[in-house]
Design a protein around this ligand. Structure first.
Ligand SMILES: [Zn+2]
Length: 293
């Protein structure tokens, strides 16, 4: 049964889609230039006030609840956002010293995010993995070791995805929380074959509408401004951050404050089925079967 589905996918996907799908975010470098510096527009501010503001950041960012809808998702096509709605996603963690601070900031604004964790990071930080889930956030996976899956053979790519899922699920074991079916391709580098197999297996591939590019060596303020500008141009969307960078920790209060000021709400994604083990999962066994073909 499983083998026949896999063979069907292999034939159909190979025939119809081919291997290549461009990363979703590759088209947008448009808004990179000429952004107004909204953080420093206070031309009338006296030096004394400026100094005070700098020394008391919590006075500038007065957190308020910007939680929006909770969206129960069974497939990628269920994620339809209305104008003014934002989904926050954090990839590559969890990481000690970074993820906990991000959790605190998200709490300040009453919002829930989706964390696409690496199996290797979850395995190294099981307590932190559980903490993310227990604080009410959705935990998905992002492969085991952040490999560019488009460079691997099909069976190796599937094995890498499965290893990641299993490691994150193992880190969550005992917490009462489950791994969700949300998955994101490392480097947003996907193939039609893998995407279709994931979708057919019940995984929810999370695409990216707005890439914060928080891995660039920019200041936190620049990252916040760039991301807000892209969001403003689009009106809504799934935002990609990484909970492994200090600049992401530093920029998040300013970013969420901007969302609050501009009237955005943060949509929480939850799986319609609670566990990946409730779905028809691609398994390592299938990869082995393919190898035998
Ligand atoms: Zn990543």
């Amino acid at each position: 049964m499983q083998l026949s589905r896999f063979v069907f996918s292999l034939v159909v996907v190979g025939a119809l889609l081919g291997d290549c799908a461009k990363p979703v975010s590759s088209q947008s470098r448009l808004a990179e230039t000429a952004l107004p510096d909204r953080m420093t527009t206070s031309g009338t501010q006296t030096p004394a006030v400026a100094q005070l503001a700098q020394s008391r950041p919590r006075e500038i960012f007065a957190p308020r609840n910007i939680a929006g809808r909770t969206l129960a998702v069974a497939s990628t096509s269920d994620i339809i956002l209305r104008p003014g709605e934002v989904v926050l996603t954090f990839d590559d963690g969890p990481r000690a010293g970074k993820t906990p601070a991000i959790l605190d900031t998200l709490d300040d604004y009453g919002v829930k995010a989706t964390f696409l964790m690496l199996g290797s990071a979850a395995q190294a930080n099981p307590n932190l993995t559980q903490k993310v889930a227990l604080r009410g956030h959705t935990v998905g996976s992002h492969t085991y070791d952040h490999v560019n899956l488009s460079t691997l053979s099909r069976q190796a790519a599937i094995a890498e995805i499965v290893r990641g899922e299993e490691a994150v699920a193992a880190a969550l074991a005992g917490s009462g929380k489950s791994l969700s079916p949300f998955f994101r391709f490392p480097y947003l580098s996907q193939t039609g074959f893998l995407r279709t197999n994931l979708l057919h297996s019940g995984a929810v591939v999370l695409d990216v509408d707005i890439d914060s590019k928080d891995y660039y060596r920019d200041t936190p303020a620049v990252v916040a401004q760039r991301t807000i500008a892209r969001l403003e141009a689009r009106g809504s969307g799934i935002v990609l951050f990484h909970d492994i960078h200090q600049r992401t920790v530093d920029m998040l209060p300013a970013f969420l404050d901007q969302l609050a000021q501009k009237g955005y709400s943060v949509v929480r994604l939850v799986p319609r089925d609670q566990s990946i083990f409730g779905r028809d999962l691609i398994t390592a066994g299938l990869a082995a079967e393919e190898a035998a073909l």
